[in-house]
Write a protein that binds this ligand. Structure first.
Ligand code: 13P
Length: 283
């Protein structure tokens, strides 16, 4: 099985300064579509699952699908649990075989977040799993006032969190948010450089949907080795379904609808893989 440790995927990208697409899937169709894009472009890929997706589908079914669909894949891929504040879900996914987790202790306060993150790192190590950490939390664009930014912690606090927890990758707030930005976001790119220079670990770029190609290129060059995309997949999945039904209002043939959605999601994944410079980086 070509599933490799997430750490290996991220470390290679960090060293050679390209970005690995880390795409949140929502079901079997979207999982297959993003894997197909990676395979076609010979790119490494991180497949992300939200806690909501894990719970709605069930970890057993989701993981069985993952194993079956990656059996014949020939590019390096890994399965990641995105933003998880629930320790028991982390424990379950690590035991099942997820390759990495983002412990989201951003609502706990930094001291408690740090303590629990140390425990998550200790739990993940025997599995060879990678741990991502965060201290600021990300809001959804829809919940934010115009020009509102998540408060950044100081560089010292971020560096201390990274050093004391031993996380492999860190997700800082740099003016990014989840969802669809109302305008191109103003990002604190220098903060990525400061964190990378102070700690030597890669940064995970959240809120990728709606950033420009120039923003991606600059941030990846500074050390954003993992680039998260979620909303773009949801939009393409739903919009392509809506468009197909609108164009074929009396055709009751779901597999044809699925083909249209699969192609749209695959094209979205391919566009991002190309933009992040990871095409042809499979080993
Ligand atoms: P978007 O939904 O803005 O693409 O953000 C994805 C993300 O950061 C998932 O953790």
């Amino acid at each position: 099985m070509p599933v490799v440790p997430t750490r290996e995927i991220v470390q290679r990208a960090f060293k050679d300064r390209y970005g690995v697409a880390a795409i949140n899937i929502v079901n079997d169709l979207t999982l297959e579509a993003v894997l197909a894009a990676a395979e076609e472009l010979r790119a490494p890929l991180i497949v992300q699952t939200s806690v909501k997706t894990v719970k709605s589908m069930g970890a057993d079914l989701l993981y069985a699908m993952w194993c079956e669909m990656t059996r014949k894949i020939t590019v390096p891929v890994a399965l990641h649990l995105d933003h998880c504040p629930e320790r028991e879900v982390i424990t379950m996914c690590l035991a099942k075989g997820w390759n990495s987790v983002l412990f989201d202790g951003s609502k706990l306060g930094v001291a408690e977040n740090k303590q629990q993150c140390i425990e998550v790192v200790a739990e993940a190590r025997p599995y060879g799993a990678m741990v991502e950490g965060e201290i600021e939390g990300f809001k959804r664009v829809e919940e934010m006032a115009d020009d509102e930014r998540v408060n950044e912690q100081s560089l010292e606090t971020a560096v201390d969190f990274i050093r004391s927890t031993g996380v492999d990758i860190f997700a800082p707030a740099i003016g990014n948010a989840h969802g669809m930005y109302k305008a191109t976001p103003k990002l604190d790119n220098q903060r990525v450089t400061d964190i990378v220079e102070a700690t030597g670990i890669p940064v995970a770029l959240h809120g990728g949907t709606g950033m420009t190609a120039d923003q991606f290129t600059d941030l990846i060059g500074r050390g954003c080795a993992k680039v998260n995309i979620s909303t773009a997949l949801k939009i393409r999945f739903m919009q392509s379904g809506y468009d197909y039904i609108t164009e074929h209002p009396t055709e009751y043939d779901p597999p044809k609808l699925f083909v249209a959605q699969r192609e749209a999601v695959k094209a979205m994944a391919a566009d991002h893989i190309r933009m992040f410079g990871s095409e042809g980086r499979a080993w």
